[in-house]
Design a protein around this ligand. Sequence first.
Ligand code: TMP
Length: 210
Amino acid sequence: MKGIFITFEGIEGSGKSTQAQLIRDLLIGMGFEVVLTREPGGSPIGEKIREILLDSSNREMEAMTELLLYEASRYQHVAEVIRPALDDGKIVICDRFFDASTAYQGYGRGIKIDTVNKLNLIATNGLRADLTIVLDLPVEEGLRRLGRRPDRIEGEKAEFHERVRQGYLKIAESEPERVKLLNARGSIDETFEKVKQVINDYLKLRKVRS
Ligand code: TMP
């Protein structure tokens, strides 16, 4: 069996890291072999790139430099971690993947979507998520939930985050088969129920058993 690739997306404070961990634990409990990973990062080189990307003192960073660094982290991550795990038949859960570049660098920063798509294709070597869950909530609520000093991207203006949110809504609208949009305004438990439903529906559709 080829593995299953699930990605979580959403604006800052949408709770995707929490939900990704809860789903990892649930799937492990069901007997699946699961790898939970994240972007930017997920590999030793990628984690170093992540530090550069999120460092608030890197104020001069050009939008294209930013995009290329996300893509560099992604190329390494796919080659070193994600592909091998999928080839082993594992379920890979990734906290953000190429849709984040479309939403943040495309819709957020204003780089042409076509350019982002091309670079995404190079970085992923054509690998696409089987299932993507976008957790949606208003920007103010997400930023309020953060509760710590914002990093370079989190510290952007509310309008930037609003464009990112709208970008995710467009992505979900354009690919309804792969991308499931969930309202994440409720409690962790309420959102987890919705996420579980989506994952269970997908596993049933693929007729997957642990
Ligand atoms: P995280 O906070 O979900 O770990 O993600 C780190 C930040 O990087 C977050 O602000 C979103 C941003 N990001 C992009 O701008 N483009 C990308 O391609 C990815 C993967 C993340």
